[in-house]
Design a protein around this ligand. Structure first.
Ligand code: NAP
Length: 283
């Protein structure tokens, strides 16, 4: 990479940020296309967020990704927010255009892309979504607004948090019905479900031999179902459980690369070299 006075700056803000894979695959894409950009990780504290927008504008940062814990907190600093990002209540991609900040959420497009490659009648499918955190919100909006699922069932371990999650959709004009259930009710629904999405971190890094589903619950997964894990690892226990039932499986690297590719196109105007980006994840 040859950085000069003309090189345009992109990046990602979050805290912590050192484990982010985005600088690796975004810089690989920049290099492959020979673009004069650089993508830099920035560790940003919450109290520094407001000043950051002024600083980034002053030094002409063209755009950046937003990750935990700032996806919700950046909203007040943006001049324009896409409808889907507003519905989710979270932004992961920001860009500067004629002195104004724009924000959208490409996680949602990243999430639905691998599903859209499958031939399914989404208007007849009620996804089961495990977890009610930030990623779960993108999954809910994706299933409802982009896939057209009539209902989304959310499962969580804390009844009060489940209720807050359900109520949070009341003021949005979400098309799908949102129903919430406690974890122990999963077994009643898995045998009838065509799409099960894990949005909990159970299965990642130190929890690689754990699954959100017990062996008994996983034995109820239908062969025709899709088991979708948002965790980036190619083979989590949840995915292995799905596979052993004969189900179709999708790992989180698909969503990660696609959300990054869409952001790349927004910033540079160029189609991202997705397969080269994907390869960097497994070096
Ligand atoms: P988050 O906001 O912290 O939400 C995590 C959710 O998981 C919460 O609902 C939490 O419930 C639940 N949970 C945690 N541990 C649990 C357990 N042992 N049993 C049951 N539920 C549990 O995190 P997030 O931002 O939504 O991210 C969640 C996962 O998605 C992470 O693994 C992240 O890496 C992944 N992700 C992937 C992509 C991608 O591009 N592939 C994008 C975004 C996120 P409690 O509040 O009750 O703890």
């Amino acid at each position: 990479m040859h950085i000069t006075g003309k090189t345009k700056i992109l990046g990602i803000i979050g805290n912590p940020i050192e484990h982010s894979m985005s600088p690796i695959f975004q810089n690989a894409a920049i290099a492959l296309l020979g673009l004069d950009y650089v993508y830099v990780p920035f560790a940003v504290k919450k109290e520094d967020l407001e000043g950051l927008f002024t600083t980034f504008k002053a030094v002409d940062v063209r755009g950046f990704n937003v990750t935990i814990p700032h996806k919700e907190s950046v909203l007040p600093f943006l001049h324009h927010v896409s409808d889907t990002a507003r519905k989710i209540g979270a932004v992961n991609t920001v860009w500067l255009n004629q002195g104004e900040w724009y924000g959208t959420n490409t996680d949602i497009d990243g999430f639905i892309y691998p599903l859209q490659q499958l031939n399914r009648n989404w208007s007849e499918i009620t996804p089961l979504v495990l977890g009610y955190g930030g990623a779960s919100r993108a999954v809910v909006v994706g299933c409802s607004e982009l896939l057209g699922c009539p209902e989304v069932k959310i499962f969580g371990r804390n009844k009060a948090k489940l209720e807050i999650f359900r109520e949070s959709w009341a003021k949005t004009d979400l098309k799908a019905k949102i129903s919430v259930y406690s974890w122990d009710e999963l077994s009643n629904f898995i045998p009838h479900s065509s799409l099960i999405v894990n949005t909990t971190p159970v299965g990642m890094s130190s929890l690689t031999d754990e699954s959100p589903l017990t062996p008994q619950q996983s034995s109820l997964i239908k062969q025709s179902a899709i088991a979708y894990d948002l965790i980036y690892n190619r083979s989590t226990l949840f995915l292995r459980q799905g596979k052993s039932q004969g189900a179709t499986t999708i790992d989180g690297s698909e969503m990660l690369i696609k959300q990054g590719a869409i952001a790349f196109k927004i910033w540079t105007g160029k189609d991202a070299p997705e397969s080269a980006m994907r390869e960097t994840l497994y070096i």
